[in-house]
Design a protein. Structure first.
Lengths: 475, 362
């Protein structure tokens, strides 16, 4: 039986508390994961300054070079998983086994993490806005002739991670070259990726002490967020709610990402169908950067029909199938509940499941002993309908009639907005909107990531603060 | 069969004989109109048999049916006072209140008797006589508050105390204020540290798993002179047991217990490597019995090593509580040399109960 230990400052530790994670298809135990008790991790986290000191000895350039080497290790090498070797192909199968993600999607996410590690120079420059790394190493220096000084706000970054997609792990990695040790609590079904990233970094020369890895329950996750100077939390709306008012914790909840069509481009909506489909479907619709709604001032019904016809072509395929676009739900009950929620909301007037007429069976499909929700496109007459701005863990989107002059008022918090418009007034309103976290102008899929653009909060600004700094000329 | 096995068989038989005899005596006491309490005498009127005649063995207690949780919630509490104890000072102790209205139990001397028996299981080397204690656990209407103090006094020591209201902690957690609960915990720990630093003669500590962790985050028990830790009050996992022994205790003796206001306390089987830090408890026979039963058929005791729901029976002349289904699950543990009767292994909250139980908060 595979076993994943804790990493206590990099040292493997096999706990007597073990979570048994099933294979999504057979429901048989696939891996045992050591669980950290809250007292253990609190005890470990007493010495955070020591581990930060180990990282501070490296220059930023050295840490970036480690990331670059780790990219290859992560993608190509056999690394340790507890006491067992893990090849890249093992990793792909293991992620798929416990999350349901098709192999092709795991490989794409693997590539994404690899490229993020390899591009760490660009990532850091994006986060720090091209500050000379010497400034980061010394804590002070000059930027464009002005004295600047930065100090770390935390001795470590505690991260409570999700299960939905390995790609999200690219968000915490820059903490390492920013010299802030990591305390990771993996999602219950996806311990594989953070463990492998850590092993890749250690193999590339990172001091192992700066990585703590604590699979644990929700209570212990809370201890991590309380005990670390800065935190990052992924989860659904109910999970992240308790931490929303804590400025030490960066929240990564639902994305509610959107594609918006401007009046100037909407007549040519058919030209942008591919962008809409990609935004909704890529990565199995499991990411917060997947579009969960298309807001348009016209042609909503026509766009709905066209999108539904495209989405209805997608059906469950085997995990090994290179054409697989859907992931089954690791917990079949979740799929059933989501489908019920959608049906209940459809009972309210003003919305229709357009895909229902295009698909052959029900939304919930049991295929090959797995539960799938097939892509669903809902037409909503107005933004006030309960399904107009919902996000689920499968390709789901609404198409909503929204007059352009009401767009920004009704938008709501949106992680990514792809605005297909050349209208400078609309672009300006979106630029000014506090609800838009990431803005793509033009037909850029919502899920397309640019490494030099900070995503969902700037990690550098989360981990570091600037202080006023003056130095007498003779000193 | 080896000599040891044969001896164990004999001891098991003897303990069963003792238990059956004690059951007869306790049933006779509680159902006698001269000595019994109003509750059991009233219940006897609804039975088609006289329990004093029909109940001759422990197994015969099943004829009374299961003990209802609700019987202990609310008043009048005096219906539980046996007439045979009329005129004696009565205590009432309450359970934690983590499942709604707290259950109450009257007490006269049981807590003293139970803890005096428990005292005999504590090694003097680690819990030295005439040294002082700190009780760092729930106070208020809980039996522990007086029982630990009595334990200290019985062993010639003085017990220092801090206030701890676990219901407030539960309320804070239900209100979504874990940070405030944490501050309350730190408030409790700070008081404990003040006492420990001010009183050199404190060598023995009673505390709960979470407070032990919190205390050891601040100080070394060894440096404070603590040599024995009596730990209980909430769930204890094998991993916590191991963590405590390997990383918290600095060589202090760890006496884990399982118990509650209703039953008394069960002692931990001394640790041996083969048990791999499993937390194994044995009840204080014949005053109480712990069994593990099939949750779907609580009349059936599960096999050794099998998992089930914990069923408690309290058999004292103050309190008679036959076959009470506790909110815990465990594995059934076979008798051992030291305790030749059934025990329980790795007690934890029973998952099959309706509603959310906030557990282990202090």
């Amino acid at each position: 039986m595979l076993h994943i230990p804790l990493l206590r400052h990099g040292e493997p530790y096999t706990s007597l508390d073990v979570a048994c994670i099933p294979h999504h298809q057979t429901r048989e135990v696939f891996v045992e994961v050591s669980q950290a008790n809250a007292g253990l991790l609190r005890r470990d986290l007493r010495d955070q300054a020591i581990t930060r000191g180990k990282l501070a000895r490296f220059s930023t350039a050295e840490l970036v070079a480690i990331c670059r080497r780790a990219a290859d290790h992560f993608l190509k090498d056999t690394l340790l998983l507890g006491n067992a070797p893990q090849t890249p192909e093992d990793y792909v199968k293991q992620v798929s086994a416990t999350t349901g993600l098709p192999h092709v999607m795991v490989r794409k996410n693997m590539q994404k993490i690899c490229s993020m590690l390899a591009e760490m120079e660009n990532v850091l420059n994006g986060l720090t806005r091209n500050i000379d790394w010497e400034v980061l190493d010394h804590g002070f220096g000059e930027v464009e002739g002005h004295a600047v000084s930065f100090f770390p706000c935390a001795e470590s970054l505690g991260v409570v991670l999700p299960n939905n997609s390995p790609g999200v792990h690219s968000l915490w990695i820059p903490s390492f070259p920013l010299k802030i040790p990591l305390v990771l609590k993996p999602g219950s079904a996806e311990p594989w990726t953070p463990y492998r990233i850590v092993q890749a970094l250690i193999k590339a020369g990172a001091p192992k002490e700066v990585f703590s890895f604590y699979p644990a329950d929700h209570a212990a996750a809370g201890e991590i967020l309380r005990s670390c100077g800065r935190g990052m939390m992924f989860g659904d709306a109910s999970a992240v709610g308790a931490w929303e008012s804590d400025s030490r914790v960066e929240i990564h909840g639902p994305g509610y990402s959107k594609v918006i069509l401007g009046e100037d481009c909407v007549d040519e909506w058919e030209k942008y169908l591919d962008v809409m489909v990609a935004s909704i479907v890529e990565n199995g619709g499991r990411s917060c950067v997947n579009a969960s709604s298309v807001w348009t001032p016209a042609y909503a019904k026509e766009i709905s029909e066209a999108l539904a016809e495209r989405l209805a072509r997608i059906f469950p395929r085997a995990a090994e199938d290179e054409a697989a676009q859907l992931a089954p739900f690791a917990d079949p009950n979740v799929a059933s509940r989501i489908s019920q929620i959608i049906d209940q909301a459809l009972a309210e007037p003003g919305a229709r499941d357009i895909t229902a007429a295009h698909r052959k069976g029900e939304r919930l499909v049991i295929w090959n002993s797995c539960s799938y929700l097939v892509p669903t496109l809902v037409y909503c007459e107005a933004a006030s309908h309960p399904l107009a701005n919902k996000e689920f863990l499968f390709p789901f989107s609404s198409v909503v009639n929204v007059p352009q002059n009401q767009l920004t008022e009704t938008l709501g918090p949106s992680l990514v907005v792809t605005a297909i418009t050349r209208d400078p007034e609309l672009v300006q309103r979106l630029v000014s909107s506090p609800n838009v976290d990431r803005l793509n102008v033009g037909p850029v899929p919502t899920n397309k990531v640019s490494w030099d653009q900070p995503h969902e909060g700037n990690l550098f600004e989360h981990l570091y603060a600037r202080r006023a700094f003056q130095r007498a000329a003779s000193f | 069969m080896s000599t040891a096995e044969a001896t164990l068989e004999i001891n098991i038989e003897q303990s069963r004989t003792t238990l059956d005899a004690w059951v007869r005596e306790v049933v006779k006491w509680h159902f006698d109109p001269e000595t019994g309490c109003a509750f059991w005498l009233d219940l006897a009127q609804t039975l088609s048999f006289d329990p004093r005649e029909v109940i001759q063995t422990y197994d015969d207690l099943s004829k009374l049916g299961p003990f209802q949780d609700e019987w202990l919630r609310g008043g009048p509490v005096r219906r539980w006072v046996p007439k045979g104890h009329a005129g004696r000072p009565i205590y009432t102790f309450e359970t934690g209140g983590s499942t709604g209205v707290p259950k109450s139990r009257i007490n006269i001397e049981d807590f003293r008797l139970d803890y005096e028996a428990f005292s005999a299981t504590l090694p003097d080397e680690y819990f030295p006589k005439e040294t002082d204690w700190l009780s760092l656990g729930p106070t208020g209407p809980r039996r522990l508050r007086l029982a630990v103090e009595h334990l200290a006094q019985y062993r010639g020591g003085i017990c220092f105390m801090v206030d701890l209201d676990p219901r407030w902690v539960i309320k804070l957690l239900k209100m979504g204020q874990p940070q405030m609960a944490e501050r309350y915990k730190q408030h409790v720990i700070e008081q404990a540290l003040t006492l420990l630093r001010a009183h050199d003669n404190i060598r023995c500590l009673f505390t709960t798993p979470k407070l032990l962790e919190a205390l050891c985050e601040k100080v070394s028990l060894k440096k404070l002179g603590i040599t024995g830790v009596f730990c209980g009050g909430t769930e204890m996992t094998p991993q916590f047991h191991r963590f405590a022994v390997e990383e918290l205790l600095d060589g202090a003796y760890f006496a884990a217990t399982y118990g509650n206001t209703l039953m008394g306390l069960a002692v931990h089987k001394p640790r041996i490597p083969e048990d791999n830090y499993a937390v194994i408890y044995y009840p204080p026979l014949p005053r109480a019995m712990i069994e593990v039963v099939d949750p779907d058929n609580p009349d059936r005791v599960v096999g050794y090593g099998e998992t089930g729901r914990v069923r408690l029976t309290t058999l004292t002349k103050e309190f008679f509580m036959p076959r009470f289904l506790e909110r815990d699950a465990a594995e059934r543990e076979p008798p051992c040399e030291l305790y030749p009767w059934d025990g329980v292994r790795n007690v934890r909250p029973f998952a099959g109960l309706p509603g959310t139980v906030v557990e282990g908060v202090y």
